[in-house]
Write a protein that binds this ligand. Sequence first.
Ligand code: DAH
Length: 333
Amino acid sequence: MIDQIHTVRDGALHRLAAATSSDDVRAVELEVLGKKGALTDLKAGLGKLATIEEKKEAGRALNDAATQVADALQLRLGEFRRAERAVQLEAERVDLTEVMRRPGRGHAHVVTQAWQRLEDVFVGLGFQVAEGPDVETDWYNFEALNMPANHPARSMHDTFYVEHGTPGSTVLRTHTSPVQIRVMQDVPPPIYMIMPGRVFRNETTDATHLAVFHQLEGLVIDRGITLADLAGTIEAFTRAFFGEGFTSRLRPSYFPFTEPSAEFDIRTPSGEWLELGGCGMVHPNVLRAGGLDPEEWSGFAFGFGIDRMAKERHGIGDVREMYSNDIRFIEQF
Ligand code: DAH
């Protein structure tokens, strides 16, 4: 009996030492210590022993064996539990440094910033802000601005046409000037208005040209407005937007919607002249298209590119850079 007990015990301890998982350990527990386990069976056989002395001895050996097996079993189980828990923890691991790497706070795009600053400057000079539609009729975009069909100036506006209505009647506006007409139709004079917005030209892009860009249009309509008011407004705007070291000049030019027409340049503190935009006294035909009597009202208009302003203000070499959406570029402004 004692030998049998030791054989079962040694076999169990051996199996426990060789176990590779907690399942192996549980199998040994069941087969040795369980209800129908080997040691349990032997215990049941104690009664068949002849003497009290033998029963006592075998009983002690059984208890010792059971304790040894149970202790070894708990030890191995503990080892496997720790290993299995380590595997589980690794699988469920959360990298807290990853949570801390929050995305930085964003800001308005460099062109949006220029747009907002320009609005601020003109609002400071007493202007109101209006906007018109991106998709325009040929009439608002050209005809009402004194550019009838076949007018040579139209060839300077490479136009995107929209398939709507009679062919050629609907365009993506090529400039913000059509909003002048809409404002004249909607608002009784005096008018002191700026009209920023997106414009479109069917052109190949390069370092200074985009097919989709932004302009800011200005319109003043009042009684007795002269070219001096236009020059003074451009000068006030130049100093307010670029700084006191800057000044402006008008150069004779031609636009169908103004007469006389001029281009305006600014002079940087280093003495360099930069061409900024066009302007002039609103043509009588344009006033009439807007529903105003040229005998009663006069005014001036101007227009320039917003993207261009951002480019000059920040010394950006290539306008396309501003729309490449490269975060390393965008973040600089
Ligand atoms: N609309 C012109 C363009 O896109 C710019 C312009 C010139 C606007 C003269 C004006 C103006 O209001 O008076 O090239």
